[in-house]
Ligand binder design. Structure first.
Ligand SMILES: [Zn+2]
Length: 256
């Protein structure tokens, strides 16, 4: 067991601390549901940092936006602002290409070990969420971590740090609702999903899962935010191919 295996990650303040038995409370900010931390192998982190330093700049690829056209709401101002804002986020990769060490996360959540640790204190229903949650690749979590940091300084984007609890019709509590970011525009708050894809894999047939997830969050977002049309957004990117795309979608996306 390495020295990195016995730590927790506070999703609220990013603090990394030593795991104590039966406690997932952050010693710095008091948040009670911390995650077991998984240390990202330095080689993997450096691999992606090198890519960002040496490969060509990111470019916006219209394909996905166009594919979603028939499911995109008519609010042209919103759509225009969203696309512009996503371009700005990826512009920050270029701007910071030589200091990504500050943006690519060193630790991510270890969902599997977190479930184990929480088993004693958590209701069975609650513990299911951790397994269901994003089983994305290391590449995905590294890039999502960087984009989250970029969101912090953006006027319209806001990172979401912890799951948002909600009750269903049967009054059961769920904790599996955690979009990646909010897009705040004109009083609306729209949940956004961020997905990365492997080389030459940013293609239509691979979007299905992300779209489903994004639509699920669009529906849930009406519980606590201002999003009457249940809109949701997606940002897709392929670090190897240096391209990204995005769309704001509504329920018509399910038919595409
Ligand atoms: Zn904390």
């Amino acid at each position: 067991m390495s020295k990195f295996d016995n730590q927790y990650l506070c999703p609220l303040c990013d603090h990394i601390g030593l795991l104590e038995t039966n406690s997932m409370v952050c010693e710095k900010c008091g948040f009670e549901d911390c995650f077991v931390a998984k240390h990202i192998n330095e080689g993997t982190r450096k691999y992606w940092m090198k890519k960002e330093e040496s490969l060509t700049n990111w470019r916006y690829d219209k394909k996905f936006t166009n594919q979603m056209k028939n499911a995109t709401p008519g609010d042209a101002q919103l759509v225009k602002c969203f696309i512009k804002s996503v371009k700005e986020l990826f512009g920050l990769f270029v701007e910071n290409k030589n200091n990504l060490d500050d943006y690519f996360p060193k630790y991510v959540r270890d969902y599997k070990r977190t479930t184990g640790r929480r088993e004693t204190g958590w209701k069975e229903k609650g513990s299911k969420f951790v397994l269901k949650q994003k089983q994305s690749s290391l590449r995905g979590v590294i890039y999502e971590g960087a984009i989250s940091k970029f969101c912090e300084s953006h006027d319209f984007f806001e990172p979401i740090r912890v799951p948002i609890p909600y009750y269903d019709k049967e009054k059961d509590l769920h904790t599996d609702y955690e979009p990646d970011f909010w897009f705040n525009f004109d009083g609306k708050q729209i949940p956004i999903e961020f997905k990365t894809f492997g080389k030459q894999n940013m293609v239509k047939s691979k979007f299905k899962k992300g779209i489903k997830q994004s639509r699920h969050y669009g529906h849930l977002s009406t519980f606590n935010g201002n999003n009457p049309e249940k809109l949701s957004g997606m940002i897709v990117c392929c670090p190897d191919d240096r391209k990204f795309s995005c769309a704001i979608i509504d329920d018509r996306a399910k038919r595409l």
